[in-house]
Design a protein around this ligand. Structure first.
Ligand SMILES: CC(C)(COP(=O)(O)OP(=O)(O)OC[C@H]1O[C@@H](n2cnc3c(N)ncnc32)[C@H](O)[C@@H]1OP(=O)(O)O)[C@@H](O)C(=O)NCCC(=O)NCCS
Length: 177
C-alpha cells in the first residue's frame, strides 16, 4: 500500500470490478479515456482484464482509495520498458464527487514516487485530450510538462481534438517537479 496525503494506492480487488464497470460506462468519465475504454463495457470484460492483468510484466495497476478506504478510481503504469526505463501513466477517478479536490494530483504524485523511487524508471509519459483542462492542470501540478501534440489525433463527439503528450523525467521529479 502506497500512501499519499489524501489517498492510498492499493491492490485491485475482485469486489471492486462492478464499480469499475459502472464508472467506465459513465460517459462523463469515459469521454476522457482512450477509445478502447469508451466502448460499452460489461463485468465479463472487466473480469477478463482483472484475471489477465499480471500476465504481462509491463503493467502495474492500483486501486485509488481515500485514506479512509473508500474506492474512488484506478491508476497505473503501462508499457513499462526496462531498457529505456520508461512507462506510460493512466488514471481515472470514477466517483465524480471526488473530482477537483486534489485526489487525482495526489494519486499521480504517489504513483510517480513508486515509478521513480521503487521501479527506478527515468521517464513517465501520458496522453491527455485538449478538452480535459482539469487533468492537464493536475498533471502539471504533479510535475508533467507538455512534450508535443498529436494534432487532431482523436475523433470524439463529432469533432477532431488534439491530444497532448506530457512527460516527467526522473531529474525533474528529483528537483521537485
Ligand atoms: C483527471 C483527474 C484524475 C484529475 O483528478 P482531480 O482530483 O479531479 O484533480 P485535482 O483536483 O487534483 O486537480 C485539478 C486541477 O484542475 C483545475 N481545474 C478543474 N477544472 C478545470 C478547468 N475546467 N479548467 C482549468 N482548470 C481546471 C482545478 O482547479 C485543479 O487545479 P488547482 O488545484 O490549481 O485549483 C480526474 O478529474 C478524473 O479522473 N477525471 C475523469 C477521467 C480523466 O479525465 N482521466 C484522465 C485521462 S488523461
Amino acid at each position: 500500500m502506497f500512501r499519499g496525503e489524501k489517498i492510498q494506492l492499493g491492490a485491485v480487488q475482485r469486489e471492486y470490478l462492478p464499480k469499475y464497470v459502472e464508472w467506465l460506462n459513465d460517459w462523463e468519465v469515459a469521454r476522457f479515456l482512450n477509445p478502447g475504454v469508451a466502448a460499452p463495457f460489461n463485468l465479463e470484460d472487466e473480469t477478463a482484464w482483472f484475471e489477465n492483468r499480471n500476465k504481462s510484466k509491463d503493467n502495474y495497476v492500483f486501486a485509488i482509495l481515500t485514506l479512509e478506504g473508500k474506492l474512488i478510481g484506478n491508476c497505473g503504469l503501462h508499457r513499462v520498458d526496462l531498457k529505456n526505463r520508461s512507462a506510460v501513466f493512466g488514471i481515472f477517478i470514477g466517483d465524480k464527487e471526488y473530482w477537483g479536490k486534489g485526489y487525482g494530483t495526489d494519486a499521480t504524485r504517489t504513483l510517480l514516487r513508486f515509478a521513480f523511487a521503487e521501479l527506478g524508471l527515468n521517464r513517465i509519459e501520458l496522453e491527455v485530450y485538449a478538452f480535459n483542462p482539469r487533468a492537464i492542470r493536475a498533471y502539471e501540478k504533479a510535475g508533467f510538462r507538455r512534450d508535443g501534440v498529436h494534432r487532431q489525433g482523436l475523433y470524439r463527439e463529432g469533432k477532431f481534438h488534439d491530444e497532448y503528450i506530457m512527460c516527467i523525467l526522473r531529474e525533474e521529479w528529483q528537483a521537485g517537479g
